[in-house]
Every structure is written in structure tokens, then in C-alpha cells.
Write a new protein. Sequence first.
Lengths: 114, 110
Amino acid sequence: NAGVTQTPKFQVLKTGQSMTLQCAQDMNHNSMYWYRQDPGMGLRLIYYSASEGTTDKGEVPNGYNVSRLNKREFSLRLESAAPSQTSVYFCASSAASGRVDTQYFGPGTRLTVL
Amino acid sequence: GDSVTQMEGPVTLSEEAFLTINCTYTATGYPSLFWYVQYPGEGLQLLLKATKADDKGSNKGFEATYRKETTSFHLEKGSVQVSDSAVYFCALSDRGKSTFGDGTTLTVKP
């Protein structure tokens, strides 16, 4: 039982390049999330998927797109990377059944945009 | 909307000192409350949770009590260790949506 996995762990991009961050969970969770974490700013929600086939914008969606490929996988795409997108990106999942919604996080992707 | 406010850090303590990290929340519904911990280079992981008023969550010597009257969920530990050095996040979930505090960095010195 691997939980939530993310690839890659590290990535360096040049301004304007594109890339996709991959996330998969093996806990049969309904909901999946993408966050970014910047120093002094806590976690900010980029996009989330409440269930397979649905996606919604979070607090900071500009410059990103997502795909809920199936129940297990939720990818985050940067179409044209900018230095402001340098951050640590975390994927999370939750069962989202009722009030007690514990989130399970992946190990993160550390992205640097030059 | 819902919000979570944590005491600002960083917090630096000596080993075996008493720890308190304050957390207050605002919510329109009846949320569940959580503390998550993030060790260096890792993702967040659940430390403890409480689902209703007066519940006490506990794990690894950490405790927090759900206080509805003061809308608080303060994290405490009687005797911290160097291995407790990490970032601690208070969070709530309500009606399928989670809200996180900004995190408090704890450093424990030997």
C-alpha cells in the first residue's frame, strides 16, 4: 500500500516550458487535490476533484490545468512555466465521505522555474 | 468562509520543555478539526483529529481538545524531543472542504 505517490520528485524548467506533474493514490479515495506550498504562505489549493470526472478551481488556479484521468490518477499541467510557479507541489487524496475528511499527502514535487 | 488561524512561529524550545501551539477557527458549519505534521522534505501527515465538541485527539504524546465555546484546538505536548522538530498545521474539514492554517515551525534543541 503506497498511499499517494508523486512524480517527479524534483524538476527544473526554463521559463515558457511545459510539464505535467503526476499523482496516483491506491486507497480508492473519491477526492484528490493539488496544493502549492511557498515559504510563509502555508498551503494553497490549486485545483481539486471531488469525484472521478469532475474538477474545480481552488484558490490559485491561474497558469495550471488538471486532469482526473481515472479514480486513481490526478495530474497537474503547467502549460507555460513562469518563475512565480517555483514552489513545492503536493498532491493529496481523501475519502470525502461525511464530515471527517482526513487528507493523505504525497511526498511533494520541488519545482524550480528559471 | 471558513478560516484557521495559528500562532505565528517559529517556536524554539529546549528538549523536555512544554509545548503549546494555539489554533482558532471560524466555520459556518460543524467542522472536524485536525493537526497535521510535516517533517523536513516530506508531505503532511495526520497527527491527530477530533470530530465533535469536547473530543480530545491524541497521538505520540501530543494532545488537542475541540473547544466549541472558544472555537479553539490548541496542540500540546508535555515534554518535547528533538525528533518533534517539524512544521505543524491546524486544519478543519466541513461539508467536504478542508481549510489549513499557515503552519507553525517548531525547533527543539538538545
